[in-house]
Design a protein around this ligand. Structure first.
Ligand code: NAP
Length: 255
C-alpha cells in the first residue's frame, strides 16, 4: 500500500448535484480513483450525461433522480445506493441553489427557505441518514461538503447564500466532532468563483469577473475539474487524520 493512499477501490460514493458543473467533475474523479458512484439531482437527462462521462473509467455508476429538499427522497437515495451498489462509504453534499441575486433587504421568506432547505437542511439530514447506514456497515465513512468562499466573506448580492454556506462550514465541524468516534470523517471544500451554469451571472459580468481575478494570485477563475482532487483527498485514506476541515479552493483569492 502506498504511504499516501488516494485509492477509492471497493468504495461506493454518492454525489448530490452530480449532474453537471462541480458535482459532475467530482463524480468522475471519484470513479477514476476507483469508487462506484451514485449521482443525484432533479433532472434525469443530465444525470445520464454524467453516467456517460463515468463509463470510460470502468466503474459502476447509477443515477437516482432526487430533489434534496424532499427528506423522504434523501432516504430513498441512501437505500437505492445500497441496494444497487451494495454499500455506501462516501457522501459528497454538493447540490445547492441560489434563486435570487440582490440585497438581503429584498429577500422574501420563500427565497430564504429555498436557500436554507436546499443548501443546509438537506446536507444535515442526508448526512444523518448516511451516518446510520455507515454505522450498520461498521467500516467508517467520509463526508465531503461543498461550501463556498462566500461562507467566509459576505458576497454582495448573495446574502442568504453566504449565510447558508457559513452554516455548511459549521455543520462540517459539528458533525466531525460528534461522529469521529463512529469512524466518520467530515470535511469541506470552499470554492471561489468557478465557471459553471450556477455562477454564469457572475463570470459573464465584466465588473464582477475583473474584481474576482485582478487581485487574485492566479489571475483567473476556476474550472470545475480543479475542485475534484481535494474531494478525492478528503474521501480517501490519504486524509485519514483530517476531519472538521474546510479547504479553500479559490486560486489564492482569500490570501
Ligand atoms: N460555481 C461557483 O462559482 C461556486 C462557487 C462556490 C461554491 N459553489 C458550490 O458548488 C456546488 C456546485 O455548484 P455548481 O457551480 O457546480 O452548480 P451547477 O452547475 O448549477 O450544478 C448544481 C447541481 O445541483 C443540482 N441541484 C440543484 N438544486 C437541487 C435540488 N433541489 N435537488 C437536487 N439537486 C439539485 C443541479 O441539478 P438539478 O438542477 O437537475 O437538480 C446540479 O446538478 C454548490 O454547492 C455551490 O454552492 C459553486
Amino acid at each position: 500500500m502506498p504511504v499516501a493512499d488516494f485509492s477509492l477501490a471497493g468504495k461506493v460514493a454518492v454525489v448530490t448535484g452530480g449532474s453537471r458543473g462541480i458535482g459532475r467533475s467530482i463524480a468522475v474523479a471519484l470513479a477514476e480513483a476507483g469508487a462506484d458512484v451514485c449521482v443525484a439531482a432533479r433532472k434525469p437527462e443530465a444525470l445520464e450525461e454524467t453516467l456517460a462521462a463515468i463509463r470510460p473509467t470502468g466503474r459502476k455508476a447509477i443515477a437516482v433522480p432526487t430533489n434534496v429538499r424532499d427528506i423522504a427522497a434523501l432516504q430513498n437515495l441512501v437505500d437505492e445506493t445500497r441496494r444497487q451498489l451494495g454499500r455506501i462509504d462516501i457522501l459528497v453534499n454538493n447540490a445547492a441553489t441560489n434563486p435570487v441575486f440582490g440585497p438581503v433587504a429584498n429577500l422574501d421568506e420563500r427565497a430564504w427557505d429555498a436557500v436554507m432547505n436546499t443548501n443546509v437542511k438537506s446536507v444535515f439530514f442526508l448526512s444523518k441518514m448516511f451516518r446510520e447506514a455507515v454505522r450498520e456497515q461498521g467500516q467508517g465513512g467520509a463526508i465531503v461538503n461543498v461550501s463556498s468562499t462566500g461562507g467566509f466573506r459576505a458576497s454582495t448580492g448573495l446574502g442568504a447564500y453566504s449565510v447558508s454556506k457559513a452554516a455548511v462550514i459549521m455543520l462540517t465541524q459539528v458533525c466531525a466532532k460528534e461522529w469521529g468516534p463512529d469512524g466518520i470523517r467530515v470535511n469541506c471544500i470552499a470554492p471561489g468563483l468557478i465557471k459553471t451554469e450556477f455562477s454564469r451571472a457572475l463570470w459573464e459580468n465584466e465588473g464582477i469577473l475583473k474584481n474576482s481575478t485582478q487581485g487574485s494570485p492566479l489571475r483567473r477563475i476556476g474550472d470545475p475539474d480543479e475542485m475534484a482532487g481535494a474531494v478525492v483527498y478528503f474521501a480517501s485514506a490519504a486524509s485519514s487524520f483530517t476531519t472538521g476541515e474546510t479547504l479553500i479552493l479559490d486560486g489564492g483569492g482569500m490570501a
